[in-house]
Write a protein that binds this ligand. Structure first.
Ligand code: FMN
Length: 187
């Protein structure tokens, strides 16, 4: 009787562990979701991915916030990207060596990743890790993001990224889940 009770307890524990995150990650590899978001769209997608995978999440924050005025930030970003400027960041991932897969989120800025994301990718050793971008955009999809990430992390494995329209982030959760399944990050 006691053994049966113990077995039942173990079964309940397993079932409740599975239901905590809705989906169980297929991969046992440790995933970090790292993202920068200026106006919130990429944050929405990052949080959708976090909810589905249960992975750790890290917001990339520049020391100096970007202006909120659209024209001003567009002009500033153009200059920074042209100059290859890497804005200093406020925060650091304490234990990057713990992670095998980095899901890197950025808005599409001038057809590439935002400069804080370039700083992030230049700040750690990603050799041998897998890097997968997710980009929110206003029409240019991934743009040159994949190629530019490859240049910053030439010794990493690069997998197919996800592009989501910035204005559709709240209605495109299904697209995110389909992509996560296709990439075998969730069942
Ligand atoms: C500085 C800047 C440059 C942008 N450049 C592009 C671009 O080249 N192509 C594009 O499709 N969208 C572009 N956008 C639109 C953003 O990619 C889109 O609104 C995105 O979802 C914003 O993400 P966020 O809310 O996480 O900051 C740009 C937006 C900004 C602010």
């Amino acid at each position: 009787m006691r053994t049966r009770l113990i077995l039942f307890g173990i079964l309940v524990a397993i079932v409740s562990m599975i239901s905590v995150h809705g989906q169980t990650p297929v991969s046992k590899k440790k995933i970090l979701i790292a993202y920068f978001s200026h106006s919130g769209n990429t944050r929405v997608v990052a949080q959708q991915i976090q909810k589905a995978t249960g992975a750790d999440i890290f917001e990339i924050k520049p020391v100096k916030d970007y202006p909120t005025d659209y024209r001003t930030v567009v002009d500033q970003a153009k200059k920074e990207i042209k100059a290859g400027y890497r804005p200093p960041l406020k925060n650091k991932v304490a234990n990057i060596s713990n992670y095998d897969i980095i899901l890197i989120g950025s808005p599409n800025w001038w057809s590439t990743i935002a400069p804080p994301v370039a700083t992030f990718l230049s700040s750690y050793n990603f050799d041998g890790k897998t890097i997968v971008p997710f980009i929110t955009h206003g029409g240019s999809e991934l743009g040159r993001a994949t190629d530019d990430i490859k240049k910053l992390c030439p010794k990493s494995t690069h997998l197919e990224g996800l592009a989501i329209w910035g204005r559709s982030v709240n209605s495109d959760n299904a697209k995110v889940l389909i992509w996560l399944r296709k990439m075998k990050f969730i069942n």
